[in-house]
Design a protein around this ligand. Structure first.
Ligand code: BG6
Length: 541
């Protein structure tokens, strides 16, 4: 995270003990005054190896993110990329493929010729089966050659852009080919080695633990960067600055002043050709387990002792530990699951989820989920946290909205005026990133009339710069060795501990019915009833 005013994260691994850092040298303590200048965060020369490089992620996210980092002068000239995949491509064909993805998806377009030319010189393609040991031996040789030719000093970042079922095999093969050891360990190249893994990290607690164990048998925890791209979004990072960099909000950030919190992750898209994956996954695993609970943890955590990876992640874990997993008997009353049927979204006809390619015609998978969670801590006891996420919604919006308690005395209601709406603080993560405060104000004129008005901070108008894409932030963080915005093994496991009972109860058919909602609506009426039972309603973003 880079901030101007608040003491930002140092570019550090957390531990002072060199052994615990897996031999990585003690990182320089960042100068808080200079932190925030992205130029300060230029990583050492390194090679990024993308395993599964011909997939969608490389085209849509990784290629454009790397190009934008290069364009911003944030990558060293020696920086190199090796695409590793089975498809038979030449270096040039792979470069063309990357280039097409950048042309289509980069936030800065058109692509600058001079930047592309210098970036593309460092791009190579390594053809091989990801389960073939020989492919890794050849990769090891290639990387030594790149170190020699381009001066990448043995620093390697492996990005596993493949389904999680392949992670164990890939890490094992990397290990056998001598590619897993980091600086200071026997067999190491003298440089650092880190691995980025994509979500979903397991499909339940058992599989996540197994995955952690398997990856952990090869890599130290400090080498593993589990990506949750929501943590790289600018407003999510700003949440920490907003809370801990200002004196105003923290004193009221608790059960005494806050009535309830709503977290919404609404998408207009359906399953976008990922029917097979999604039908086995569902909204709870796809969004709530990671993005939803991480947003909640960032919102609800106590101030960390220091703004360092370990402290930040300890605080987030404390929040997750304070969420009591539901018993099967509680699930029906505290959760709602829905699936969309045909309708219209943004003027386009959308077919029913069950008619999507590779989705079972009688699928029970939820494309919408709403939950009421409780954080049993001194700060939050009694404050409900309502989380909802859905596909095929009327608008794309991610928002955390805080409803404050009413004033202790309804002074104006006594004068016959209607109750003033409660104050709302809405943190808009996307789109139109910003923060909105809603409060009652006197309508100008004689007499007393009160109406709710908004104080609206918008990133777009307050800062003349474009926010970086989450992948730019996170790739750069991994290269400089800052894991603050990546999820630690214990956080991931705790998130599954919270969700497993819900998923299990739903699957057993005991958690209430699957409700249907029309595409282009805000979900099933049962989700509204979830809040109505508590005398509340969802905020319409
Ligand atoms: C991914 C999910 O993690 O996040 C997708 O797997 C979802 O289903 C996506 O569409 C949403 O990300 P964003 O950044 O577009 O909100």
């Amino acid at each position: 995270m880079t901030t101007q005013a608040a003491p930002a994260r140092s570019a550090t691994e957390p531990d002072a003990d060199p052994a615990a850092r897996n031999g990585e040298p003690p990182p320089a303590r960042a100068n808080p005054l200079r932190e925030g200048l992205r130029l300060e965060r230029k990583p050492e020369a390194c090679t990024m190896v993308i395993c599964g490089a011909t997939g969608d992620l490389t085209e849509r996210k990784l290629g454009p993110a790397l190009y934008n980092l290069m364009l911003g002068g944030l990558l060293p000239a020696e920086f190199s990329v090796v695409g590793f995949a089975r498809r038979d491509l030449s270096d040039d064909q792979f470069r063309d493929q990357l280039r097409k993805g950048i042309d289509k998806h980069s936030r800065n377009r058109p692509v600058k010729k001079s930047i592309w030319e210098s970036f593309s010189q460092g791009i190579e393609y390594h053809r091989g089966d990801l389960d073939d040991p020989k492919a890794y031996e050849a990769l090891a040789k290639r990387l030594v050659r790149i170190d020699r030719d381009r001066g990448t000093a043995g620093n390697r970042l492996f990005y596993l852009a493949v389904p999680p079922s392949l992670y164990p095999e890939i890490v094992e093969r990397l290990d056998h080919a001598g590619l897993a050891a980091s600086r200071g360990r026997s067999g190491a190249t003298g440089g650092w080695t880190r691995v980025i893994v994509e979500k979903p990290f397991g499909s339940d607690l058992v599989s996540a633990r197994r995955l952690n164990r398997e990856i952990g048998s090869v890599f130290e925890e400090q080498q593993v960067y589990r990506i949750d791209h929501y943590l790289g979004k600018e407003t999510v990072q700003n949440l920490a600055v907003f809370r801990f960099g200002n004196g105003l909000f923290e004193p009221i950030w608790n059960r005494r002043y806050i009535d309830s919190v709503q977290i919404t992750v609404a998408e207009t898209v359906g399953v976008e050709g990922r029917g097979e994956f999604y039908d086995d996954t569902g909204a709870l695993r796809d969004i709530v387990q990671n993005h939803g609970l991480q947003l909640m943890a960032m919102f609800a955590m106590d101030p960390p002792v220091e703004f360092r990876a370990q402290d930040l992640r300890d605080e987030k874990l404390k929040v997750l530990r304070a969420v009591k997993p539901m018993s099967p008997g509680e699930v029906a009353a505290a959760t709602v699951r829905g699936q969309y049927v045909s309708g219209w979204v943004e003027g386009e006809k959308v077919v029913s989820y069950r008619d999507e390619p590779e989705v079972a015609p009688d699928s029970q998978t939820e494309t919408y989920a709403a939950l009421k969670l409780a954080i049993d801590s001194w700060r939050w006891a009694g404050v409900p946290f309502y989380l909802r996420t859905g596909k095929a919604m009327p608008a794309r919006v991610t928002e955390i909205s805080v409803q404050f308690k009413r004033a202790p005395l309804a002074l104006f209601a006594r004068a016959g005026m209607p109750q003033i709406e409660p104050n709302i603080l809405a943190i808009r993560v996307q789109p139109d990133e910003g923060i909105l405060l809603r409060f009652g104000a006197k309508v100008p004129g004689q007499g007393l009339q009160i109406r709710s008005v908004n104080m609206d901070f918008r990133y777009g108008s307050s800062f003349a710069v474009d926010s970086p894409d989450a992948y730019e932030t996170l790739l750069l963080d991994a290269m400089v060795g800052d894991p603050s915005l990546f999820t630690r093994n214990d956080e991931v496991e705790r998130a599954w501990e919270i969700l497993d009972p819900i998923i299990g109860t739903w699957q057993a058919g005991d958690g209430g019915p699957l409700h249907f909602y029309g595409a282009g609506t805000w979900g099933p009426p049962a989700a509204d009833e979830l809040l109505e039972r508590d005398g509340r309603e969802w905020r319409r973003p």
